[in-house]
Design a protein around this ligand. Structure first.
Ligand code: HEC
Length: 480
């Protein structure tokens, strides 16, 4: 088996002398443009090391939804020993039995994977001590960190942690705020149990039928051999456009692995098919694969399934989201994705389809439910591997429901954040001919005018991008 690694933005540790070089076409720095269309893939995921490192709770923002068939509860309320039992039996109970120490236990379990003494994934400040909560917020110098915490844990559109947290943990933080955020008897909470140990996850193994490996990473705008530089105090959404390293050939991706260079600032990335025709130009294109904090260290597909890949010049776009807030120094990064491909396709090809919903955001709150009836060709059932909702800035909540024989079950039901779009793994859900799928997009519109569908980020959209196989067998209403 040939194992060739090509790094488009050169990376000496991976580049092979025999590698075919593909050109990095160019860069565009777009701040908050319409930055996500489509759904990535996942399937028989073989998770790698827990990228959060310190937390047994599924990392925020990528937590499985409790309502998904076969998935663990979101936010892992069961995996929260520090919040439930902050007392270390070996120490004097009085010192840690305070609202502050219970709150600190919640910060340890739900926040410090990003807001730890070592900041990760773009979190701007640590949440490890009472003093840090009294400090001035990075976003609003009129407010303390504690005040921003109180606001963000209840912020429906941009919750912290990004996927929300168990209700009992939220209640413990509220109980501390109700005291006026007082320090309790022992501000250090010396006897408080440490954060739960990280989950041991098995090493990611590439499938044995991988034929070639390619690594696509970010790089400097002026010099593809240098790292991309994120300016101090900024949030950036650079886009990197690549020629398909497999040329014009038809290939499948069998597995992919995130390449994380600077975890301090990397918040998430999505690899898109760079198809500008989809919405008549602009940043169109479907999700192919993606990563966010808490995503597995590597992801594969069922043994007989490979993911469709576009081919040709300029056909791939890596959309990266960086936060370098609260930092006076520039940060450099060369993160990206490593793909394993085959030119000998597996029997089934997975691809992405966009289920469309009503994107009209009336003034105030709208919960737009749009049903469609599944129409299959040449098969009794297709398999859904993942879903990724997409709206624009007014979108606050996304749902995908499945109705069969009068019974409705929820495939996805979670807050939506334009800045933090996610791919949610489904547990290989079988979809049959005649099933009804309902896409619900919820908007909160405070602009004073009705906002309608459009491709600018000040317009709205409403999609559930679903990765499914076999490719071409599925249709539902006006699906893309
Ligand atoms: C997956 C990583 C991650 C986790 C877990 C996380 N955060 Fe954050 N947090 C971020 C990032 C990135 C930002 C900066 C972007 C933003 O404001 O959304 C941020 C920003 C914030 C801010 C805004 C700071 C300001 O000055 O405006 C607050 C407050 C906050 N987080 C609190 C929390 C709390 C409380 C928890 C746990 C209950 C938590 N976060 C968990 C990544 C995380």
């Amino acid at each position: 088996m040939a194992r060739t690694t090509i790094t488009l933005a050169p990376d000496d540790s991976l580049a092979q002398p025999s590698a075919r070089a593909a050109a990095l076409l160019g860069w565009l720095v777009l701040s908050l443009a319409c930055s996500s269309e489509g759904s990535p893939a996942s399937g028989s995921a073989a998770p790698d090391v827990d990228p959060m490192g310190t937390n047994t709770t599924p990392p925020a923002g990528t937590s499985p939804d409790p309502s998904l068939p076969g998935q663990a509860s979101a936010g892992g309320s069961e995996a929260n020993p520090a919040a439930q039992a902050p007392l270390d039996p070996g120490t004097s109970a009085g010192a840690v039995d305070s609202d502050w120490c219970r709150a600190l236990g919640v910060f340890r379990e739900n926040c410090q994977s990003c807001h730890g003494s070592e900041l990760r994934f773009g979190a701007p400040m640590p949440l490890t001590s009472f003093d840090e909560l009294q400090a001035t917020s990075v976003s609003d110098t009129e407010q303390s960190v504690a005040q921003r915490v109180q606001a963000r844990i209840h912020d429906a559109a941009r919750p912290m942690p990004p996927g929300g947290m168990p209700a009992e943990d939220l209640a413990l933080l509220d109980a501390w705020f109700a005291t006026g955020s007082t320090p309790g008897a022992d501000v250090t909470c010396a006897g408080l149990a440490p954060a739960s140990a990280p989950t041991e996850t098995p090493e990611f193994a590439w499938p044995s039928d991988c034929e070639e490996f390619y690594t696509l990473t970010t790089s400097s705008r002026s010099d593809s051999a240098a790292k991309y530089v994120v300016a101090p105090g900024t949030e950036e959404h650079p886009q990197f456009i690549f020629d398909a390293p497999w040329g014009d050939d038809e290939v499948q991706v069998l597995a992919y692995r995130p390449v994380t260079d600077n975890a301090r600032v990397l918040h998430h990335w999505i690899l898109y098919e760079n198809d500008t025709s989809l919405f008549g130009g602009g940043l169109g294109g479907k999700f192919l694969v993606g990563w966010a904090p808490g995503s597995p260290g590597g992801t594969g597909f069922p043994d007989d399934v490979g993911l469709y890949m576009p081919n040709g010049a300029g056909s791939l776009r890596l959309d990266v989201h960086y936060y370098n807030l609260g930092n006076a120094e520039p940060a450099s990064d060369q993160s990206g994705v490593e793909l394993c491909i085959t030119r000998t396709p597996r029997p089934q090809t997975a691809t992405v389809v966009g289920l469309t919903g009503d994107a009209t955001a009336r003034v105030g709150r709208s919960d737009n439910a749009t049903p469609c009836t599944v129409n299959l060709t040449g098969t009794d059932a297709v398999t859904f591997l993942s879903v990724s909702p997409h709206m624009h800035k007014l979108g606050v909540h996304a749902k995908l429901d499945l109705t069969r024989s009068g019974q409705t079950s929820s495939l996805h039901d979670a807050p939506f954040d334009f800045e933090d779009q996610q791919i949610y793994t489904l547990d290989d859900v079988a979809i049959r001919d005649g099933d009804v799928l309902t896409t619900t997009c919820s908007f909160e519109n405070d602009t004073g005018r009705t906002v309608r569908f459009g491709q600018n980020s000040d317009d709205e959209m409403c999609f559930n991008f679903v990765t499914y196989y076999p490719m071409g067998a599925f249709q539902c209403g006006f699906s893309l």
